[in-house]
Design a protein around this ligand. Structure first.
Ligand code: HAM
Length: 429
């Protein structure tokens, strides 16, 4: 029996990879303009980091982690998300001492969660994320949200919805927690098994339950927004004000609680509203996590960030039919016929490649027509044709594939000729 990829993992094949690279390059451009710097952390961490950081009562920690003992009997976990790891790296490397504060970081990384695979949900997936550490200004929250929205917009997505909420500070949450427990306790036996234990451990997560969504107690549950104390309310108003200044539309949803425990104040998600996107519509999620650095043993450090799923981003590009530039085009395909011409072709392809022009050719001795077909399948912009007469005359016949125009070019001039045309008329010797 042939060996298949593990359930919940996907191969990215040529053709798709170029789309990912394109999306990455657009996003890298955005983060550059926002002045965020890349960080790379290990794929695995001590399990304790996620237990403390993400939270013991979350689905991620309770059911979804890839955890194993290494040969030194240490409990190791493949990272299920990036924030706890970035905060760990920030603390461990004393980045709070860096001259430029706050510290603004981004990452592209694969994550691992043992979830039930379905469309838009895999066990290995990829996130682009950002984390800002060392500022508790509401303008930072708006900046991070703006960055996320800008990435999608620069990639050409239109059907987006930004959903915003505030989970308040510790005091607000403690009061709200009490109110939720009071509200849901009379219905305890009617709630699903998970929500029954959430009632004690983490009642906020009941609001996020898919199974109990229709229960009447959900509709009448108290709203966090009524439990925000003065400073939390002001903070939330400020975040909204900055979003207005940046002209970013949003809707407030008091039931948005997020699946990770570290959040306080701002929480947000970005959904796709495109027709046919599927049941799972969340493209990205994030928020503020002011206590996380202390939870992992560091100094008090406010934090704010988000992560977007890359698989879901690519799905959204496809569903919205966003036209991407031709991504796998090569500059030149070299076509030859005749033994001497074949040798010239090998020399020419090599010269082009060594001089910054992407080039390919046929080594299989295919007929001229088949070679031309390969040229167009490779989306070559130019074809260099070498036959017997070209060898004799030391020339190359260059065909522009977009116009079909052909021109005979002296061998010694070919680099200058192609460079000029590939650079839109600007030649560089
Ligand atoms: P999260 O909401 O768990 O947040 O994940 C963020 C995004 O990752 C989701 O919106 C989704 O696009 C993608 N994602 C999550 N799980 C899967 C999966 N199984 N398959 C495919 N895509 C998935 C976090 O991870 C937080 N660390 C975000 C954050 C950063 N908060 C503050 N800073």
């Amino acid at each position: 029996m042939s060996i298949k990829a593990p359930r919940g993992t996907e191969d990215l094949l040529p053709g798709q990879v170029e789309i990912w690279q394109y999306a990455e390059s657009v996003i890298k451009d955005v983060v550059k303009h926002f002045n965020y710097k890349e960080i790379r952390t290990p794929i695995f961490e001590h399990t304790e980091l996620f237990q403390r950081g993400v939270g013991d009562s979350t689905d991620i920690v309770q059911k979804e982690m890839y955890t194993f003992k290494d040969r030194g009997d240490r409990s190791i976990t493949l990272r299920p998300e990036g924030t706890a790891a970035v905060v760990r790296a920030y603390v461990e490397n004393k980045m709070y001492g860096l001259p430029t504060q706050p510290v603004k970081l981004f990452y592209f990384a694969e994550m691992f969660r043992y979830e039930r695979p379905q469309h838009g949900r895999t066990r290995q997936f990829h996130q682009f994320g950002v984390e800002v550490l060392g500022s508790n200004q509401p303008a930072i929250d708006a900046e991070v949200i703006n960055l996320a929205m800008t990435c999608y917009e620069k990639l050409g997505l239109k059907s987006l919805k930004l959903v915003l909420n505030s989970l308040g500070d510790q005091e607000s949450r403690t009061n709200y927690r009490k109110a939720l427990i009071e509200h849901f306790t009379p219905y305890k036996n009617e709630l699903c098994h998970d929500c029954q234990s959430r009632l004690e451990q983490n009642p906020l997560r009941i609001l996020d339950c898919k199974k109990d969504r229709e229960h009447q107690a959900m509709q009448t549950a108290p709203s966090i927004l009524d439990y925000l104390n003065e400073s939390s309310r002001t903070y939330f108003e400020d975040v909204k004000h900055y979003l207005d200044l940046m002209e970013i539309p949003y809707v407030v949803d008091a039931n948005l609680v997020r699946g990770l425990d570290y959040y306080n104040h701002t929480a947000f998600e970005i959904m796709s509203e495109a027709d046919g996107f599927g049941a799972i519509t969340t493209l990205a999620g994030g928020g503020r996590y002011n206590g996380l650095a202390e939870d992992v043993g560091g100094p008090e450090t406010p934090g704010m960030g988000f992560a977007m799923g890359f698989e879901r981003l690519i799905m959204a590009l496809q569903v919205e039919g966003v036209q991407l530039p031709l991504l796998d085009a090569i500059d030149c395909y070299v076509v030859s016929f005749g033994e001497a011409a074949n040798e010239s072709a090998i020399r020419l392809t090599n010269t082009l490649r060594q001089n910054g022009i992407s080039a390919d050719q046929d080594y299989e001795g295919r007929k001229m027509k088949a070679q031309m077909k390969s040229a167009s399948r490779n989306h070559a912009k130019y074809v260099c044709i070498i036959g017997e007469s070209e060898v004799e005359e030391k020339t190359v016949m260059v065909k522009a594939m977009d116009t079909g125009e052909q021109e005979s070019v002296r061998e010694q001039d070919i680099l200058t000729y192609l460079r000029k045309r590939l650079n839109g008329g600007i030649g560089n010797e």
